[in-house]
Design a protein around this ligand. Structure first.
Ligand code: SF4
Ligand code: SF4
Length: 278
């Protein structure tokens, strides 16, 4: 089963849920940190590096002899990664998403594609947990191809948990695509509800079954609960607003280890997810 942990905004406790759920799955679980702009899962696991590889995308290179400055490539690129400056074609590799479209529309065959590094994918091990994390190079903006590289490491014979980038833009969509179930983490506040609505719209658009985890239950109000009830959305876990959880988090400790009374909550979440797969 491939489970993505997502949220409409950062700071809701998404990584806490990812790490603790991985812990109760135990031996053999794969935990993928798809938040490649800011991977932080390993702050909690302190896993040992086994393997590291580079990820490249294919970016355009223009042959000025063949190019007649028609501008078709520039018109096509929605990321402004290839633009006309008078009769000259300028390429901005850090904006390129490697889609290959500019080479396809160039009827003069003036564009060929060359490798350009965007980041690394690291495989690490902590106890029985295999952690795969992407790390985007500084100044690079093409996040989805690196997320895809991280997801290519999923082994079909083991369960996988994907810690998604926050928000509802391309990197989150790239993470959620082709997963079996999505857990949306939110807080019971008006802001939490606002971001949850956006996240629900995204997951419904992609067409993946999903449920909600409420973090810091006890603060705010009951609007998130009422919204989930009205929309028929499953509420799978409520993590109380407990000062000891914040203290454990700030020390980089894993909740189910630091406060064993919470282990049962995460085991119930694991069992509910596995039950849904049957
Ligand atoms: S589409 Fe090809 S020929 Fe036209 S400007 Fe771009 S590289 Fe030059
Ligand atoms: S490969 Fe795609 S993103 Fe990159 S310059 Fe060409 S059209 Fe733009």
């Amino acid at each position: 089963m491939i489970i993505a942990i997502a949220s409409g905004k950062g700071g809701t406790g998404k990584t806490t849920v990812s790490v603790n759920l991985a812990k109760v799955f135990g031996e053999g679980i794969q935990l993928l940190d798809c938040d490649v702009e800011e991977p932080n899962v390993n702050l909690f696991l302190s896993a040992n590096l086994l393997h590291e590889e580079t990820t490249n995308i294919r970016i355009p290179k223009v042959n000025p002899v063949r190019c007649d400055a028609c501008g078709d490539c520039s018109d096509f690129c929605e990321f402004n990664a290839i633009v006309m400056a008078g009769k000259k074609v300028l390429i901005f590799p850090e904006l390129c998403h490697g889609c290959g479209g500019c080479a396809l529309v160039c009827t003069k065959r003036a564009i060929r594609e060359v490798d350009s590094r965007i980041g690394t994918v690291e495989t690490l091990l902590a106890g029985g947990i295999t952690l795969v994390q992407g790390r985007l190079d500084v100044g690079v903006s093409s996040t989805p191809p690196l997320v895809d590289s991280v997801k290519q490491k999923i082994q079909a014979n083991h369960h996988a948990i994907l810690d998604s980038p926050p928000g509802t833009s391309c990197p989150a969509v790239a993470t959620l695509r082709d997963t079996d179930y999505v857990l949306l983490v939110t807080e019971p506040t008006p802001f939490g509800l606002h971001d949850l609505r956006l996240a629900v719209a995204m997951v419904r658009q992609i067409g993946i079954p999903f449920g909600v985890v409420i973090n810091r239950y006890g603060i705010g109000d009951d609007r998130v609960h009422r919204y989930c009830q009205q929309e028929g959305i499953k509420m799978l876990l409520e993590i109380p607003d407990d000062r000891r959880i914040a203290e454990a988090y700030s020390c980089g400790e894993i909740l189910v280890d630091a406060l064993p009374e919470y282990r049962e909550l995460f085991e119930q979440l694991r069992d509910s997810l596995l039950e849904m797969q049957k």
